[in-house]
Design a protein around this ligand. Structure first.
Ligand code: SAH
Ligand code: SF4
Length: 370
């Protein structure tokens, strides 16, 4: 009989697993807490269960974290974890240490079908959705490696993949992360970023436990957004912002709008003014992200002067704006650079990137890399 990994199972599923072994259901609570709170990875660590039960459990179930194949450490302390989730299928997660908290950026899919022009993950073929255990497994593995307490943790679902295209598994993972009996990460410290899957946003709005919402907007006209993010042809800017306006926000919560700044594409003062207009009336903050360049991306980052000018226009309209400082760029860990690569910016062991299709009339600028 195949051994089943219990990482990713919720309490009820563990109760069923225990019952199958003809053991009382209450045992499941101890197992649940061992997996998600105490970060146990071996049945030997469950001394309170007794030797006999541990033997029975071992025969049927495992509690394996994802095993990191490589950990790349940046000069700024950021760590990029490479996990092989199936033979030749790799995902990445990033640990970003900060003074008062640690941020874990996690993946939800192997590849991404949304295929945004500026994103390295989007250049990969979409291979599969991650299972709930593979999603929380990234956090458990990084937590075990770094010894980070859940109180210091910030989770950003901004790694490889489009989380709302893997809705059920991502939601099960979020419920596990935020369960007080287990990982106990406050939902206020979990942020899900989406490229704008409108039915997913509407579904999320109905969830009893919902993460913070971040929207990758990245353009102020449908023409440019169609080009940068093909998903815009399905749900355009107006439809997306309409769904955002309807999204229920708890007190003092805001939607984050992410805006990757790309030279001569979406970074003009006019864009900044248009952005302020589009977001009028929304409870929001804006994160400006200077494009992280990569040889796989045919675009160039806006210069700092343009970024600051863009910011100033938004600030002048009383919008909270942060400029996201690139972290871990030297180990290809920054936003949009995740591709399951074995070496920073190396592309071995991966299929060749999809060919680029640029709309006529728009020049793709080939970056020289960094
Ligand atoms: N699929 C989701 C979450 C993963 S992408 C989404 O698109 O929101 C996470 C963030 O990285 C998005 O805001 C995206 O706009 C940004 N991003 C992608 N490629 C980037 C790049 N090359 N430079 C900077 N940010 C990038
Ligand atoms: Fe997918 Fe997000 Fe990258 Fe777009 S930006 S390709 S949605 S991971």
């Amino acid at each position: 009989m195949a051994i089943i990994n219990l990482v990713g199972a919720d309490l009820e599923e563990i109760e069923d697993a225990v019952e199958e072994l003809n053991e009382p259901r209450y045992r499941a609570r101890q197992i649940y807490s061992g997996i998600y709170k105490r970060l146990f990875t071996s049945w030997d660590q469950f001394t309170e269960l007794g030797k006999q039960l541990c033997e029975k459990l071992r025969d049927r179930y495992s509690i394996n974290h994802l095993a990191a194949q490589h950990v790349f450490v940046s000069n700024d302390g950021t760590r990029r974890y490479l996990f092989e989730v199936s033979p030749k299928q790799r995902i990445e997660s990033v640990f970003i240490p900060e003074e008062r908290r640690d941020t874990f950026c996690i993946s939800t899919q192997v590849g991404c079908a949304v295929a945004c022009l500026f994103c390295v993950t989007g250049r990969l073929p979409m291979l599969r959705n991650l299972m709930p255990g593979e999603i929380v497994g990234q956090i458990l593995a990084m937590q075990a490696d770094r010894g980070t307490s859940s109180k210091r943790l910030n989770i950003v679902i901004m790694g490889m993949g489009e989380p709302l295209n893997n809705y059920a598994n991502v939601m099960q993972a979020i419920r596990l992360m935020t369960d007080e009996k287990g990982m106990s990460i406050s939902p206020r410290r979990v942020t899900l970023s989406t490229s704008g899957i409108v039915p997913g946003i509407q579904r999320l709005a109905e969830e009893p436990v919902a993460p913070n919402l971040a929207i990758s907007l990245n353009a102020t006209t449908d023409h440019v957004r169609d080009l940068l993010m093909p998903i815009n042809k399905k749900w355009n800017i107006a439809t997306l912002l309409e769904a955002c306006r309807k999204f229920p926000l708890a007190q003092r919560r805001r939607i984050t709008f992410e805006y990757v700044l790309i030279e001569n594409m979406n970074d003009s003062p006019e864009d900044a003014r248009r952005l302020a207009g589009l977001l009028q009336g929304l409870r929001k903050k804006v994160n400006l992200i200077p494009l992280n360049m990569d040889p796989w991306i045919p675009l160039k980052a806006s210069g700092m002067e343009r970024v600051l000018a863009f910011q100033e226009i938004l600030v002048g309209r009383h919008i909270t704006v942060n400029i996201r400082r690139p972290r871990g760029g030297d180990v290809s860990a920054a936003c949009g650079m995740l591709a399951g690569r074995e070496r920073p910016r190396g592309d071995i062991a991966l299929p060749p990137p999809k060919p680029l299709r640029l709309a006529r009339g728009v020049k793709g600028q080939r970056s020289k890399g960094v």
